[in-house]
Design a protein around this ligand. Structure first.
Ligand SMILES: [Zn+2]
Length: 200
């Protein structure tokens, strides 16, 4: 197996609620047999944790269809991340492709695909500084280069591949999660979620 992840990010939970909510989700998944309480670091490359919960006997109930007919095959651990952080889908980048201002809708291009594959460091700098401040203190802004508004980094639209959040779950090397499972998961979080896939 390669090291793929499917990620669910809670983009609304508060700092105070993230820890208790993570525990409730883990309790539910353990009760349903989707994961166990046994922890492993095998194949876990998540941003802020290097361990996850091993799959439980009913893990197949959460996936759309299980392509592997071998009944003994198991996916990797499910990592749970609590704390303000940014999450990147895809592979190996640390920046958003672009940032869209929620006030004036101007789009600042950071990585000018397909001409460029490297970020424009000067364009990204204000966002990097604002995101670092938000991680540290819970507050951070970036000034829009178009309308000059001071906009909190949590309000910018960085596209689906770059998401800020305070609670996230990485399913390592699981077959694609089913729409029904994702809907139930979001319902139990009780918040808006973002999904990402990527490869370590
Ligand atoms: Zn603007």
């Amino acid at each position: 197996m390669g090291d793929f992840f499917e990620r669910i990010v809670d983009v609304e939970v508060t700092d105070a609620d993230a820890g208790p909510l993570a525990e409730r989700i883990v309790d539910w998944m353990v009760e349903d047999g989707l994961i166990t309480r046994e922890v492993s670091g095998d194949g876990v490359y998540s941003p802020s944790t290097d361990t996850g919960y091993l799959p439980g006997p009913n893990w197949r109930r959460s996936v759309a269809d299980s392509p592997d007919p071998d009944p003994t095959w198991l996916p990797g651990p499910v990592a749970v991340m609590v704390g303000r952080d940014y999450y990147v889908g895809g592979q190996g980048v640390d920046e958003a492709d672009a940032a869209t201002c929620p006030r004036c809708t101007a789009r600042t291009v950071i990585i000018d695909y397909p001409e460029e594959f490297e970020p424009d460091d000067e364009a990204w700098q204000p966002f990097a500084v604002g995101i670092a401040a938000w991680k540290e203190t819970g507050e951070g802004n970036a000034v829009c280069p178009s309308c000059a508004a001071q906009v909190p980094v949590t309000e910018w639209d960085f596209g689906s591949g770059f998401t800020l959040g305070t609670l996230a779950f990485d399913f390592w090397d699981w077959p694609p999660l089913s729409a029904g499972f994702l809907a139930e998961f979001a319902g139990r979080l009780g918040h808006r979620t973002a999904e990402q896939t990527g490869k370590f």
